[in-house]
Design a protein. Structure first.
Ligand code: 5GP
Length: 239
């Protein structure tokens, strides 16, 4: 049973439940970019991100990756284990796009082999700055072994998701993960994995099929996200 509102973020609301250590995430229709400077709302976006994230976490669960996800409850809500979020954004990049092209002058679409893992500090006031490991130890309570585990899990998620998306005709360019600690202190994957948090390019056309359609005003966000969900649903039905 849904309890009281615990927290409201840019893309989700978090509610308590009658079960200790379990929360409900309610996906909103709001879209934000550039640390909230660009804002809009799209009818149906919350449903799409909830259903896409649920499919992705179910797939990762089948491939032995521990996450906070328990189950999808309805179109816009999912049940998750409560975690204490480690305030790091862990980005994995297979191909150059977005901030790394501007920060390091690397041309968009340059491949990275092996993939590059980057850490950012989850802090809106500071604009989520990029960090090295020493900064992460100073600014957060993450330990050396936890950070090694987090980076290892991020690369494992990359391998699994590259394969999943390739099977549905999409190139996984990059993505952002968040991790949290559950009650016993172990680290699990948390937050969401959706076209809001990943860059996905159509393998045949090269078209951008993610939040960049909103960031760069180059397409219809709802039609794009619906297309991603349909591809993932067709894939899971075929399996
Ligand atoms: P970039 O560093 O190029 O802006 O982002 C790299 C990847 O991480 C992209 O797939 C982007 O969507 C995701 N990402 C990075 N930071 C955030 C964030 O604060 N919110 C969301 N939703 N995604 C992020």
């Amino acid at each position: 049973m849904k309890g009281s509102l615990l927290y409201e973020g840019k893309a989700k609301k978090v509610y308590t439940t009658d079960q200790p250590q379990q929360l409900i995430l309610s996906y909103k229709n709001d879209a934000t970019a550039f640390n909230g400077k660009k804002k809009d709302a799209f009818e149906g976006k919350g449903r799409l991100n909830n259903l896409i994230t649920s499919k992705v976490f179910e797939y990762l669960h089948q491939h032995d990756i521990n996450s906070h996800f328990i189950q999808s409850l309805n179109d816009t809500e999912q049940l998750v284990h409560q975690t204490t979020i480690v305030p790091l954004e862990v980005v994995v990049r297979n191909v150059a796009a977005g901030s790394i092209t501007r920060r390091l002058g690397i041309e968009e679409r340059t491949p990275f082999t092996p993939p590059i893992v980057e850490l950012f500090y989850k802090n809106d006031e500071l604009n989520d700055p990029i960090l090295n490991d020493a900064h992460a130890y100073h600014l957060t309570d993450v330990t050396e072994s936890e950070l090694m585990q987090i980076k290892g899990m991020a690369l494992e998620v990359n391998e699994q998701l590259k394969a999943l998306f390739k099977d549905v005709g999409l190139q996984l360019v990059d993505f952002k993960l968040e991790f949290g600690r559950v009650e016993d202190g172990s680290i699990v994957l948390a937050d969401e994995i959706s076209p809001d948090t990943c860059r996905l390019w159509d393998i045949e056309t090269g078209d951008k099929m993610d939040k960049d359609v909103f960031r760069e005003n180059i397409g219809n966000l709802i039609e794009t996200y619906e297309n991603i969900l349909q591809r993932l649903e067709a894939y899971t039905c075929a399996k």
